[in-house]
Design a protein around this ligand. Structure first.
Ligand SMILES: [Zn+2]
Ligand SMILES: [Zn+2]
Length: 139
């Protein structure tokens, strides 16, 4: 993948790319942890930041940043899928593109812009938090 994107293949780049593949939607700190402890590659946090930026610029990794969250990274690129975010714990899951009748994705007034993309984040509670909340309330 690195070679196809004309990036030099280095240990840290391979390790970060693998970490992002194995841990979708991880933030920089968790990727740093995976690279160091699971993959045993000695890198600095700054190097991980730099590699993530290079991979994102090359289109190998997609960066998402829901409101109130730090940047997260994923290797599922090129399909412009959406995300659902848990308001309680910050968990993130993929949501495929909306299909069928999607009134909110069609701007009622495009102000003359040529729109080619709508970015959607669904907010709610993940199954774990919803279960914990209903257990706590005794329902
Ligand atoms: Zn949650
Ligand atoms: Zn995703």
């Amino acid at each position: 993948m690195l070679r196809r994107a004309s990036l030099r293949v280095t240990g840290p780049r391979v390790a970060v790319l693998r970490a992002v593949h194995d841990h979708p939607h991880a933030d920089t700190d968790s990727i740093y942890g995976v690279v160091r402890s699971d993959l045993g590659v000695v890198v600095s946090l700054q190097a991980v930041y730099d590699v993530l930026r290079a991979l994102t610029d090359a289109g190998l990794v997609r960066r998402i940043q829901p409101a109130g969250s730090v940047a997260r990274y994923e290797a599922r690129v090129g399909d412009n899928h959406h995300h659902v975010v848990c308001r309680s714990c910050g968990a993130i899951s993929d949501v495929d593109c909306a299909v069928g009748y999607t009134p909110c994705l069609t701007a009622a007034d495009d102000s003359g812009y040529e729109i080619d993309q709508a970015e959607v984040i669904y907010w709610g509670q993940c199954p774990r938090c919803a279960a914990a909340a209903s257990a706590a309330s005794g329902r």
